[in-house]
Design a binder for this molecule. Structure first.
Ligand code: FMN
Ligand code: SF4
Length: 487
């Protein structure tokens, strides 16, 4: 499969053609042919948790912008993005973006940091978002704003975007090789993990004092929380058994509950994973990336290096531990769950299905709609098992022109509670709000998954939509992006 051989969504004229296309790919994605507008739209229905209400079914996914200051404060560009999050009309803001709990845990030197000197800046982001949200929807009733807290673990690059400073939970035979880590590269000790738990607690208290409604104890995308969930081979208190691998999460939750008793907690979770992929060198030519293929794993069976992965066939998912984890969340009285999958670093086609690969990616190994359907199906399965949890679903942006039709159907049928918007937010934040207002789709603003917003940070440039958003199109980095693509 290559980008050229994939049928463009933009070439499909209506929902009926889109459904035919889905059938031709033999995948199931629900599609409503007619969009309902006004308060009867499934996307406008409020949803209740214990002691709170979310005013509609639209959620903003966390989207980092690599545009903070060196000391972790937001800049004007960060504020602009948060204003756009507000203008989406979404009543659930899941994190805004990943905010590091410590300097050493930042994923890049421009990532936001939670610290005494950044409190004012973060409060300003929240206020700007609320102001814009009120302007769009008329009121901030039912608006729930969370902050995503993170430690980047293996993907920490706090000081220089070209210099990884990984903090790893266990030796991963494939991912260690990618970072050229020697066999004796030190693991985070249990004492260091405990210190990070304390940093999560302290960051949560600050978020609480700033008025955020909840924090996300991030467990996705290969960052520390997620890596620990897959730490089958890790010795000590934070690895090995399911109990050990979930201790980090449980201790963060207990700590927050004791220090910030009324703060709600959510978890963004990579529900399943697969082995790392790379581009097939046999297929690449003239600097073009080859198709994505899994790294060799036959010598690693049973595979013990991931979460939600079938150990005997690790390109397949296995949701049995995911189910266990969701039961645990329920026991911990956590009802806000945001499901995603895989990692943007080692299997981006799983995590954010796209037509065009980012600079460090590979040509799509499958039609990206298959990736969308995979995440939707896992979410449907888990929602069915845990009807009381409130689920946010991910990876809808590739649906493009048909995103509103699918979002409405998925909520109406109970496949998911809230539809989370990621990349589409960078180009067309109001897409679902517009649909529920009965406004026509603005096709020119639809994200076409060019992946510049992923390529940019890989090069150390601010992340944004270079092809479609004039703010970035006219920026000093736009030319560099163009020439990087030509190379
Ligand atoms: C530029 C960029 C930044 C992102 N930053 C974060 C982040 O800070 N935290 C997170 O959990 N996910 C992050 N994601 C993943 C998105 O939240 C989302 O899961 C993903 O893009 C798939 O959804 P979509 O198809 O709507 O884009 C990011 C994605 C992109 C493209
Ligand atoms: S750069 Fe723009 S069009 Fe491309 S994936 Fe990102 S948001 Fe979508």
């Amino acid at each position: 499969m290559s980008t050229q051989s994939i049928r463009r969504i933009g070439s499909l004229k209506n929902a009926v053609q889109f459904q035919d296309h889905l059938r031709s790919l033999d995948i199931t994605i629900p599609v409503d042919e007619e969009l309902v507008c006004g308060d009867t739209s499934p996307l406008r229905l409020p949803i209740n948790g214990r002691g709170f209400t979310i005013g509609n079914r639209i959620a903003v996914q966390p989207m980092e912008g690599w545009d903070g200051t060196a000391d972790g404060n937001p800049t004007e560009s960060t504020e602009r993005r948060w204003r756009r999050f507000g203008s989406s009309g979404a009543k659930l803001i899941w994190g805004g973006e990943a905010v590091a709990v410590s300097q050493e845990g930042r994923a890049n030197p421009r990532q936001l940091l939670m610290a005494p000197h950044t409190e004012k800046g973060l409060a300003k982001l929240r206020a700007a978002l609320i102001e814009e949200h009120r302007r769009t929807t008329g009121s901030d009733k039912g608006l729930l704003i969370g902050l995503q807290l993170t430690h980047s673990g293996r993907y920490s690059r706090p000081n220089d975007h070209l210099r990884p400073e990984p903090r790893i939970a266990f030796h991963h035979p494939i991912l260690d090789r990618r970072l050229a880590l020697p066999n004796d590269f030190p693991l985070l000790s249990d004492e260091e993990v405990e210190k990070i738990i304390d940093q999560f607690r302290a960051a949560a208290v600050r978020a609480w004092e700033l008025g955020f409604d909840f924090v996300d104890a991030k467990h996705c995308h290969g960052y520390l929380g997620h890596e620990l969930l897959g730490g089958h081979t890790r010795a000590g208190r934070y690895g090995g058994s399911f109990e050990g691998r979930t201790r980090f999460l449980r201790e963060i939750v207990a700590g927050i509950r004791s220090d910030a008793p009324t703060l709600r907690i959510g978890v963004r979770l990579s529900a399943f994973d697969t082995v790392p992929f790379r581009h097939d060198p046999a297929e690449s030519s003239n600097g073009n990336l080859g198709k994505g293929i899994p790294e060799e794993y036959n010598n690693l069976l049973p595979y013990r290096y991931g979460f939600g992965v079938n150990p005997s066939d690790p390109v397949e998912s296995d949701l049995s531990e995911t189910v266990r984890l969701l039961s645990l969340l329920q026991e911990l009285d956590i009802c806000l769950v945001n499901l995603t999958a895989g990692s943007p670093y080692y299997n981006p086609h799983i995590q954010r299905p796209a037509l065009y690969p980012p600079s460090d990616g590979y040509q799509p190994p499958e039609d990206p709609l298959v990736g969308v359907a995979r995440q939707m199906e896992a979410t449907r399965f888990l929602k069915d098992k845990f009807p009381k949890l409130i689920f946010v679903g991910s990876a809808y942006s590739y649906l493009q022109d048909f995103l509103p039709n699918v979002a409405q159907a998925a909520v109406r049928l109970g496949w998911v509670d809230l539809v989370g918007l990621g990349r589409m937010l960078l180009t067309y934040p109001e897409i679902l709000w517009d649909a529920t207002e009965g406004r026509a789709l603005q096709r020119k603003r639809v994200c076409r998954t060019f992946s510049d917003c992923t390529t940019a940070p890989r090069k150390g440039w601010p992340s944004g939509c270079y092809p479609l958003d004039s703010y970035y199109k006219d920026s000093v980095f736009a030319e560099e992006m163009l020439s990087a693509k030509k190379r």
